[in-house]
Design a protein around this ligand. Structure first.
Ligand code: GDP
Ligand code: MG
Length: 141
């Protein structure tokens, strides 16, 4: 039993369809605690840097463009096994493969426009949380 932090991003396809509240409800209902959250519109550099791990992939430019097609809501979550738990709440990357009741099954439009991001491992979670939040903007309560 490990208490972890992870980063969630509600992506532009979801913010544009007024799904922020519904998605945050899935997160809270799963017992994940919101330590900090805010809306921002990624710059080109932020989108490129955030997804730098995918820069050799054929869809990289399209992904960066999509992530800048509207605002995003970034949220730092905390809980027991939060990283894996949030990946379960999100569902598979491709909504066609996502389990019933998951965010992506319910709301994703396509493989690319799949409504949410979640960190995939402890190292990436730490890097991704600090990409958007400093310690003063996260609350333990
Ligand atoms: P995730 O960790 O489940 O978000 O998936 P990945 O890290 O593999 O991919 C990052 C994001 O890139 C995904 O969430 C999708 O938005 C997008 N993506 C992944 N695979 C593809 C693809 O084959 N084509 C396109 N256009 N986008 C993709
Ligand atoms: Mg990923």
């Amino acid at each position: 039993m490990t208490i972890q932090r992870t980063l969630s991003i509600i992506k532009p396809d979801a913010t544009k369809r007024n799904l922020v509240g519904k998605i945050l409800a899935h997160i809270e209902d799963a017992g994940l605690k919101i330590l900090g959250t805010r809306m921002l519109w990624l710059t080109e550099n932020q989108a490129k840097e955030f997804y730098a791990v995918h820069k050799e992939r054929p869809f990289y430019n399209e992904l960066v463009e999509y992530m800048r097609s509207g605002p995003v809501v970034v949220t730092c979550l905390e809980g027991e096994n939060a990283i894996e738990k949030y990946r379960e709440v999100m569902g598979a990357t491709n909504p066609e493969n996502a389990a019933d009741g998951t965010i992506r099954k319910l709301y994703a439009e396509s493989l690319q426009c799949n409504s949410v991001h979640g960190s995939d491992a402890p190292e990436t979670a730490q890097t991704e949380v600090s990409f958007f939040f400093n310690d003063e903007s996260l609350f333990t309560y």
